[in-house]
Design a protein around this ligand. Sequence first.
Ligand code: AMP
Ligand code: MG
Length: 417
Amino acid sequence: MAQLSDDCFAFGGPMMSVDEAVGLITARVTAVGETERVALVEADGRILAREVVAPLPLPPFTNSAVDGYAVQASDLPRGKEQAFPVAGRVPAGASATAARPGQAVRIFTGAPMPQGTDTVFMQEDVRIDASGNVVLPAGLKAGANVRPAGEDIPEGHVALRAGQRLRPQDIALAAAFGLTELDVTRRIRVVVFSTGDELASPGKPRGAAQLFDSNRFMLMAMLRRLGCEVGDLGIMRDAREPLAAALKEVASRHDLILTTGGVSTGEEDHVKAGVESAGSLVLWRMAIKPGRPVAMGIIGGTPFIGLPGNPVASFVTFVHVVRPTVLALSGAAPSPFVPMPVRAAFTYKKKSGRREYVRAVLRRAEDGALEALKFPREGAGLLSSLVDTDGLVELGETVTRVEPGERVGFLGYANLL
Ligand code: AMP
Ligand code: MG
């Protein structure tokens, strides 16, 4: 599974902007290519592998948009109301009838337009006179209240594009075409492990100087949301050779290896050494806060990403490094984030030249505008700062300070995955 070319030393260099890093990753990753056919509902959240061309127009036949009376446009009353005999009745699902000039046909929403008619009066706008004729008012436009065949989607139109991530409305469209299955790219297989002698697995005894491993579960949940098949390798001790052996062992069975912790340059950061021994490694720093060095490499042809250990840094770098990698592996079209403009309700100073993400709560101000409130503390180890906020305020490279009342871009957590 060689998805990343070997010249990934191009990832090196002292400090890389987020856009540069994402560009490099996505340019170097080759999509897995294998596809599978799944039932419509199973296709939700998956990446469409082949475009869907409309096999029929939508709606498939011209029909009435309302309950009422269908007539021919040349008969439309001009100047004053006019009575018409009612020549027939077409409920939804009935086959189309025909009408002659001077006749009206009782019709219901979704029923096919009778031949010889092209305009429908809403039943609320008409009355029935003593002799049972329908009295139609003057002033209706020709073609009113009719849904022409193909007005939604014409036959032959590319209705769903390859590479798009399927949503419920896309699945509705496939169903409207009469399809029962869709071709999607197969799920990306990712194996995850944590590193650190200070970590204990939830459910196991915790030593006095240990904390429970939380990142692994966050990362596995995030990968699931991206549609990945996730393998859990647990916690690896801080030691080069066992790490290298484990990395080599899992590489052939996975499309991506993901780790957290141990990628700084301290002497207890053994992931670096483990990857160097098992394959090739590049450590690089993104100009992003929170975030620290991220390791990237190739082991037996399989891409490797080592995220930092601090939970918030791990979360933010996942979003900017792992997500685009997974999307590229699954052949998905790139989907950059679109921050929502909100009003800052905080003061903030930052260095120019790097991008920062401020954890924030959204609230509605008295004037109705949406305001972002900064989480009061900033540590990259604070899980509560992710749990008790709604998303991240994105402050671009050129920003150096934020004052209350300024407009900032907000990314809700739900939109990040
Ligand atoms: P490291 O990147 O290994 O230097 O770790 C940085 C900080 O993150 C340390 O305080 C670690 O204890 C913490 N940390 C590392 N891995 C995890 C994890 N899987 N879950 C929670 N905290 C972690
Ligand atoms: Mg560590």
